[in-house]
Design a protein around this ligand. Sequence first.
Ligand code: ASP
Length: 405
Amino acid sequence: MIAIGYYIFTTIVATVVGIILVISIRPGDVISNGAITVKSLDATPSQSTRDVFLDLARNIFPENIVQATFETSGTVYVKMDKPVDRRTVIQKNGNRSSNNDTDPNTDGRWTPTSVYRPGMNTLGILCFFVIFGVILGRHGEKGKIVLQFFVTLNDITIQMVWIVMWYSPVGIMFLIIGKVLSVEDMASTARQLVVYLTTIIAGAIIHVLILLPLLYFVLTKKNPFRIFRGIPEAVVTALAIASSSATLPVTIRCCEENLKINNAITRFVLPLGATINMDGTAIFYVVSVVYIAQMHAISLHFFEMILLSLCTVLTSVGAAGIPNAAIVTLIVILSSVGLPTESISILLAVDWFLGRLRTIANITGDCLTAAVLDHFFPQADVDVEMRPERPLCTSEDENHMAELV
Ligand code: ASP
């Protein structure tokens, strides 16, 4: 629980760092120098902060999980000829509205009504399956069939994605060519991309080289840079293969041999981190989403930022530690805040580099967490039954890694 709590805390810190940087640097405004007319994400000007907040709450608990995969709940203001008691408003979907407000700003002629619009309710789906997964995990033997069903479904989906990925070099080429041809001012766009990259690099540096070491120092009173000296091989491997899961054997070996971290800690905390702790990915998500919003001159208000942060934390927990996982899941976050998903095509051009940077940030965060827990639980021991029969990283594994690299 402490490891999970620590991981989630550091991901929240990474999200906040990303938001602060992208809001202050404004990489998406470089072309227009911020002089563009800002339009709100919501077409209805009278939608209040309260509506956005209530929409957020309604979306966290979807009425229908199947519907949540293609529709999301939102408040719209319906113009009425005379003030209407909202209890009498029947929505398109046949449900009655539950609130009897009329908007005082519009002389009672506008009535807030909750409707379903096209677009996936990402937050609702994530929350539903987090709860579903936790409860399924408690079902032991009986739950294995359901678990097996989802594992197989996942395998089939991944294989289908692999088939599609054969087409990806051609597809991505056309996406990028299309985007490049539609760019009017190439120099400014390149400048904008450079500022975007700089924002993410700055976020990763601040988080990994300043905040996480500071947290480590505050908690353990030890020199955090000792950890960096122990993990260069893991960093180089992450740089080469852009996957925290594939880097895992090397990360474990560096922590055990160079940093002398208890193997009961490394063998639990590091695999867990490679699965759920993605601080670099969280920085990438928030910077990219706000960057795309800025490029389209869309302002995200406070509650949309909260929604973005929630989706970022949950999606980064769910993202796989495989190459370029984040660019795929970024589409999910973009649609959850209602931004155009086609815009990621411009980011594909630089993701070969950003993917590597994210992976380095992700594994460094895992190692620092393992070191913190090692400080607090020096006596931790693995259950005899759980103790692996062979070391987690044998020379065979290392040869395999070398082949991959
Ligand atoms: N490649 C990253 C990792 O394995 C995930 C990502 O694409 O951000 O940690």
